[in-house]
Ligand binder design. Structure first.
Ligand code: NAP
Length: 252
């Protein structure tokens, strides 16, 4: 019987992971989980230096390897400069978690043009700027993991989130299309669709109103999302690609 040769799975320490928006919330937990899995981690953030250094410090304290990299994923020049600097390390970045995101909620008639653009630029341009330069090195390595942080809102929509839902739905479309381009190369591309996760992003939501709408009757934790990312990034998830995986306590 013919069995297709499977490319060698790289050792975790030989493959760097880049997590965008990793100074806080879900991204911070993802960076720590991937470091615990043995990957050197690049902790990207936009402006919160203190929080990013705390994440790097926590990873190092736990025996892992991490560096902070400040750049705005929506800014093509800033990303290109950062990627060039990160390329000086010979270990390829073969895991990328496109997690940086912003929400600017408003009823559609009141949605400001600048907020529409900020949300789309961060999510969609950010995905493009960060992921494209990493793809050919992954193809050469014949191994890679691209994990995009979408949202339940991008799957089913949500009032007050026209921009956010459009951006996340776009990210899901990009995930599906890119997964088809890269499947033969042992590079998986998946999206995660969290429901409500306890981070700064949802700090203003009234808990007494939202928790009754969640079947498991609680918010999710960043660590629960990070465990899913860790699995998708691992060799054990080699047969999962082009999927949108919900983590929402049964919502949606
Ligand atoms: P968060 O607590 O608000 O943290 C956002 C992170 O993204 C911060 O590290 C921030 O860095 C970074 N960031 C924002 N804009 C950036 C940019 N242009 N370039 C680089 N970094 C940028 O958010 P979160 O709740 O952890 O959300 C993480 C992801 O999960 C987002 O994509 C979000 O849409 C998605 N999500 C969250 C929930 C939820 O309930 N929390 C649900 C579904 C999906 P600085 O602090 O340095 O600016």
């Amino acid at each position: 019987m013919y069995t297709r040769p499977v490319s060698r799975v790289p050792e975790p320490q030989s493959v760097r992971a880049l997590v965008t928006g990793a100074s806080r919330g879900i991204g911070a937990a993802v960076a720590q989980a991937l470091a615990a899995a043995g990957h050197p981690v690049v902790v990207n953030y936009r402006s919160n230096h203190v929080a990013a250094q705390k994440v790097v410090g926590a990873i190092r304290f736990a025996g892992g390897e991490a560096v902070a990299a400040a750049f705005d994923v929506a800014n093509a020049t800033a990303v290109a400069e950062a990627m060039a600097a990160l390329g000086e390390d010979p270990r390829p970045i073969a895991i990328v978690v496109n997690n940086a995101g912003v929400a600017r909620d408003a009823a559609f008639p009141a949605l400001k043009s600048e907020d529409w653009h900020r949300v789309l630029h961060t999510t969609l341009d950010g995905f493009f700027h960060v992921t494209q330069p990493l793809v050919m090195p992954m193809v050469r390595l014949r191994w890679g993991r691209i994990i995009n942080m979408a949202s339940l809102s991008g799957v089913i929509g949500n009032r007050g989130q026209v921009a956010y839902a459009a951006a996340k739905a776009g990210l899901i479309g990009a995930t599906r299309a890119l997964s088809l381009e890269l499947a033969k190369r042992n590079i998986t591309v998946n999206a995660i669709a969290p429901g409500l996760i306890e981070t700064d992003m949802i700090a203003d939501l009234p808990r007494d109103k939202v928790i009754p709408q969640i079947p498991v009757r609680r918010l999710g934790t960043p660590q629960e999302v990070a465990e899913l990312v860790r699995f998708l990034a691992s060799p054990r998830a080699a047969y999962i690609t082009g999927q949108v995986i919900g983590i929402s306590g049964g919502m949606g």
